[in-house]
Design a protein around this ligand. Structure first.
Ligand SMILES: *Cc1c(COP(=O)(O)O)cnc(C)c1O
Length: 358
């Protein structure tokens, strides 16, 4: 607290990111990073951009990121996406931030699930966007009919975080069609691990914005690139905010790496399938140890043990150098969110849990 702080800063409750420990010999299953390295072509493109002496870094990057937008549009050519329907930002967190300011700040409160990505209420605080939370169902499912009320916008993660619950494309379309006068934002940070994308709906619903990231399914959390797809009128609103905030959110290295990563469809497919396969195996092993595992369409699972306290389990895992995410929040304080690692990392988790439960 300080007299120098603005009243708004006094009122903020900032987001607390998952731990990024400085020690290296940990099995890190707490922030949903991809266990595989990024595409070798992306790495080569970034090295080429840097060159021998880094001379191109003297120059500002393309403020409009035209090359990256074109690559994204081409990647989704099956859905007829034009570059003018693409917005890119410094991680999807930044894309989300601009979305709250540009498209979700209206008179009426926006609607979001009571259990969801905890950055959403933080942006509501930052941009003074009123919101109402809609409780998830008994099995932590999003129930589209519960959103049938007046609103200034809707935001849902699909698959949801931290539950992993996936809505079908039919349900997403029902939600978007139900609210033609509101922007409906679908955060698809995890959709590549088992969901059907809502991008197919964009050319039919001018109120739909789909937000995605290269952090999870493209193994580039450290690069900070996210994007949004939607009607060009929605994209124009995001560009207006972006160009009133930071003209160069994507640096030269990130432009080169993200473009190459998007273009390397074969590598993406291999690592994505590997994560999906490991998820299946890990779920089976955890169920054998007595855990209840919610169905997941993501690169993480949400689990509880009926006889063991979740916070204690997380602490015992930590002593054995395995870190998972525990949220001290109503309804989910007995759950753990576990990122899918390599098979070796999953095995280390299972070995540690066997010791703890013995
Ligand atoms: C990880 C995550 C993001 C943020 O991704 P970045 O692109 O790394 O900023 C956005 N939404 C959800 C639901 C996430 O889990």
């Amino acid at each position: 607290m300080s007299q120098f702080w603005s009243p708004l800063v006094h009122r903020l409750t900032p987001y607390v990111p998952g731990e990024q420990p400085k020690i290296t010999n940990l099995v890190k299953l707490n922030t949903n990073e991809n266990p595989y390295p990024p595409s070798p072509r992306a790495v080569a493109a970034m090295q080429a951009e840097l060159g021998k002496d880094g001379a191109t870094l003297r120059l500002y990057p393309d403020p409009n990121a035209d090359g990256l937008k074109a690559a994204i549009a081409r990647h989704f050519s099956a859905f007829n996406i034009a570059p003018a329907q693409v917005f890119v930002g410094n991680g999807s967190d930044e894309v989300l931030a601009h979305t709250f300011m540009a498209l979700l700040k209206h008179e009426k409160p926006i609607l979001l699930p009571d259990i969801s990505y905890s950055f959403y209420p933080v942006y509501c605080g930052l941009y003074e966007v009123e919101h109402a939370t809609i409780p998830l169902g008994e099995r932590f499912e999003v129930r589209v009919d519960d959103y049938a009320r007046d609103n200034g916008g809707i935001i849902i993660a699909n698959p949801n975080a931290p539950t992993g619950h996936l809505l079908s494309l039919v349900e997403i379309e029902r939600l978007v069609a139900m609210h033609p006068a509101s922007v409906v934002v679908i955060d698809e940070a995890y959709v590549d691990f088992g969901g059907e994308t809502a991008i197919a709906l964009i050319n039919r619903y001018p109120n739909l914005l789909v937000i995605r990231t290269l952090s999870k399914s493209h193994s580039l959390a450290g690069l900070r690139v996210g994007y949004a797809l939607g009607d060009k009128v929605l994209i124009e609103a995001l560009e207006r905010v972006k160009n009133s905030f930071n003209s160069y959110p994507i640096d030269r290295i990130a432009l080169a790496g993200a473009t190459a990563a998007i273009e390397d469809a074969a590598y993406f497919e291999t690592t994505r399938q590997a994560v999906i396969k490991s998820r299946g195996a890990l779920v089976a092993q955890l169920e054998e140890l007595g855990f209840e595992v919610l169905p997941s369409g993501a690169n993480f699972i949400f689990v509880r043990h009926p006889q063991r306290d979740a916070a204690q389990l997380a602490a015992s895992l930590r002593e054995r150098k395995v870190i998972v995410r525990h949220f001290r929040l109503p309804r989910i304080e007995q759950h753990l969110r576990i990122t899918i690692g390599t098979d070796a990392e999953c095995q280390a988790l299972i070995d540690a849990l066997k010791e703890i439960l013995a």
